[in-house]
Design a protein around this ligand. Structure first.
Ligand SMILES: Cc1cc2nc3c(=O)[nH]c(=O)nc-3n(C[C@H](O)[C@H](O)[C@H](O)COP(=O)(O)OP(=O)(O)OC[C@H]3O[C@@H](n4cnc5c(N)ncnc54)[C@H](O)[C@@H]3O)c2cc1C
Length: 399
């Protein structure tokens, strides 16, 4: 069988998983190369703790190059600027291009900080290390001069779980620093109700969140559209202005520029529409996984909400895509593997600082036969333990 060149773009939950899984399946019979604009794997979930100085960069990242070297996987550190699907080429920033027989795109999101005025300058973010670093500096300033706090999930946002985790971690830090009298806390969200999460809710998470809002005196604004973030607060389209000394907004995500620059590859928002085998409809040698993939919201909401594409389903998408690449290479007519996003199991831990909720369900999207929310301090420790386990296993190439 002729050697095939398989290019994977991205080296995170989607790309890293895909590269190692593929290597396991095809061994040395084909060439696997990862192209990414970083040589680090970042464990995003830990960024909810980073602004409070609870984690350092070295604790939550690792260098992927020794792992790829040890497994005979090629690695090119480069910014991908676009694709030429008809010529099967990946375009990179220095003007070079890389040819492929099969391509898997795992480029995650572009964070849209230009969606409404003031978002970039007047609020903080936890999407990425650089953003979390700036948020950490902002938190230090806040502790010296505290006041009201607003945490928001903007219209079109999808990563609601992380916004809730940050909200509750801020609450915990406010209490630890004995600032409850000075620092009121408000959650502003595009969601129609608490713990909707962009997926219509999950078990009794709504009731639990509402109870926590009452218990911790957290005010909430649902169905909200943010008009502008100003230096001293947040202005809603309803006309209300909420004063704030520390504002964190979870912004909406788009597909990355490299996809948006390639006509026909992604939809209007730059997300790639694939079938349940994570294969592109038009270019059958292109696959995609993770946040780069378009997932249809399960139902309309008054204010647009995206669907969270979290770590577990991202890795399942990557593994499914890889199996189908192998099936294509073999060409023996074996049926393709399908793993519809809606039907994947849901596993998540929502941390609240010293407590949390373990979230388990048999389907990502409703209807579900089994859905459990297990609240308590053990959820916090389970998240910390999972962080350690995840980073250890990935550093040792277990995916
Ligand atoms: C603050 C936060 C907390 C979270 N907490 C949780 C949690 O508790 N549980 C959970 O399941 N999920 C969580 N998530 C979601 C989780 O991080 C995502 O599901 C996961 O990162 C998606 O992986 P991905 O590989 O699709 O994209 P990403 O992780 O975004 O990776 C994209 C990769 O592509 C590379 N890349 C991008 N553009 C280019 C380009 N042009 N050229 C070359 N390389 C490129 C990047 O460098 C990176 O390697 C959280 C997310 C955030 C932001």
């Amino acid at each position: 069988m002729a050697r095939k060149r398989i290019i994977i773009v991205g080296t995170s939950f989607a790309g890293y998983t895909a590269a190692l899984e593929l290597k396991e399946l095809v061994g040395d019979n084909h060439d696997i190369t990862v192209v990414a604009n970083t040589d680090r794997f970042l464990f995003f979930p830990s960024l909810i703790w980073y602004p409070f100085g609870l984690r350092q960069e070295k604790d939550i990242t690792f260098d992927v190059r020794p792992v790829y070297d040890a497994h005979g996987i090629g690695f090119v550190q480069a910014e991908v600027t676009g694709f030429e699907p008809d010529r099967s080429r990946v375009l990179i920033k220095n003007g070079d291009s890389i040819e492929y027989d099969y391509l898997l795109i795992g480029t995650g999101p572009k964070v849209d900080y230009d969606y409404f005025p003031g978002l970039r300058e007047n609020s903080f973010s936890i999407v990425g290390l650089k953003a979390a670093e700036r948020t950490r500096a902002g938190w230090v300033r806040f502790l010296a001069d505290p006041g009201p706090v607003v945490i928001a999930s903007a219209q079109g946002a999808a990563c609601f779980g992380a916004a809730y985790e940050f909200l509750f971690n801020v609450r915990y830090q406010i209490a630890k620093n004995d600032l409850e009298k000075k620092a009121s806390l408000t959650y502003v969200t595009a969601e129609p109700f608490a713990a909707h999460f962009g997926i219509g809710g999950f078990g009794n998470a709504r009731q639990m969140c509402e109870w926590m809002f009452t218990h911790y005196h957290i005010a909430a604004r649902y169905d909200s559209v943010i008009k502008e973030v100003i230096p001293g607060g947040i202005v809603l389209e309803s006309g209300e202005t909420l004063p704030s000394r520390f504002t964190m907004v979870m912004p909406r995500f788009l597909g990355v520029d490299a996809v948006r620059n390639t006509p026909g590859l992604g939809n209007a928002n730059g997300f790639i529409e694939v079938d349940d085998g994570y294969q592109h409809a038009r270019w059958r040698n292109i696959f995609a996984a993770g946040v780069a993939v378009h997932v249809k919201p399960p139902g309309a909401t008054k204010v647009p909400c995206g669907v969270p594409k979290t770590g577990y389903p991202t890795e399942q998408m990557a593994k499914t895509a890889v199996r189908n690449i192998v099936a294509e290479i073999k060409g023996d007519g074996a049926p393709k593997v399908a793993a519809k996003f809606d039907d994947m199991s849901a596993y998540c831990i929502m941390d609240t600082g010293n407590m949390g909720m373990i979230i388990v369900g048999d389907h990502m999207l409703a209807p579900r036969e089994h859905e459990f929310i297990i609240p308590g301090p053990e959820a916090h420790w389970a998240k910390v333990a999972f962080e350690k386990y995840f980073l250890w296993s990935r550093r040792h190439a277990h995916v």
